[in-house]
Design a protein around this ligand. Sequence first.
Ligand SMILES: Cc1ncc(COP(=O)(O)O)c(C=O)c1O
Length: 448
Amino acid sequence: MAFDFKGNKFKPFEKKVWLSSPTMHGEEIEYVDEAYRTNWMSTVGANINEIEKITCEKIGCKYAVALSAGTAALHLAMKLAGQELYGQPAPNEGALKGKYVFASDMTFDATVNPICYEGGIPIFIDTEYDTWNMDPVALEMAFEIYPDVKLVVMAHLYGTPGKIDELKAVCDKHGAIIIEDAAESLGAKYRSKYKSNEPEGDVGRRTKAYWRETGTFGKYNCISFNGNKIITGSAGGMLLTDSKEAANKVRKWSTQARENAPWYQHEEIGYNYRMSNVIAGVVRGQYPHLEEHISQKRAIYERYKEGLKDLPVSMNPFDGDNSEPNYWLSCLIIDADAMCEQVRSERKPLYISEKGKSCPTEILDAISFINAEGRPIWKPMHMQPIYRMNPFITKSGSGRAMTNAYIEGEAVDVGMDIFDRGLCLPSDNKMTAEQQDAIIEVIKACFE
Ligand SMILES: Cc1ncc(COP(=O)(O)O)c(C=O)c1O
């Protein structure tokens, strides 16, 4: 019967249950108020200094530079890496001009657009099924095809750390710089055999494992305080690094790249990317609640897992021995043989209901019927119209033009498969257990 949109027993929630919305606690307004009363209403002030300090202590990096957005942090990370690899560009050119950069494929577009801001060409690396992040086997394959690539940008989707050690080993082998996009994974941890990013001195200690936060594994890394993230400033982001020189550059570039002169003197292109001290006040008030938010999100994940256990679905997976996600978004993926027919054009989906089966579109419609917000899995970058001509590498080679009219069979495109069968569930930490139970019942009804 599938979900009965006309005759079902469900009552829509009076107040919408969001995918992931800001959760304020009270301290935020005090720090904002302090900024107002003391007139530190610009891009300098105690709130900024304090959250940079807190972030370094929490994450275990040497430097954190507060910026207007995670996207700004990624942009300046690309610029740092580009200049380091290829030198300072002309003012009208990007630091990655014409250069290939390997990037996560199943991610939000802010991971990869900054490659293009700097004139680079993203090559998308397919996803693995174990954590839904960049596949180290596909990454190795990409280096075989493009041995000159020197920069890799990897994200930790939905707060789940990827296979970091394997990815790092591939990057180290090929001498590539890593940029880690930890925008969604603030507070997530990974058990690494590497104590730090310094190759020297670690070799003898590799029998041990070290719990480290995401955002410490790349040379230049990013976190986000966007309104939907695990903690928020309403907006904002940070660049994280262990390099003093890089942190100083980012402070300079993000405030219009002024030279040390009595007037506005410029030798480099600058940006207006620094965080406001008002926004920083919100972030400062949120930080004490990071662990609380993570445990609420974890409880949501576990409640879904238990509630959905008899259905032909599974939750977004993670490596429980070697990682602790921040559980930012709970997702599910439908078993291939329990999928009803579903097609998606560039803008619209269509499906055919089938008894005992369902699909992401039906589930999202049903969830929306009771006034709750889910979302499709982030559509992989290699499927996006804007990146349709960019190379895409799977674990068996190029992911473009993979079929042959004269030969039977389909090639594996993991990202496309997860996008087809997966969806993000309402994961707001203000959702009550009763509301979540109702959402679970709705999902069950989709499979009746
Ligand atoms: C994976 C990922 N990278 C980057 C960003 C960009 O962060 P911001 O919105 O702070 O610019 C986001 C989210 O917005 C994201 O989900």
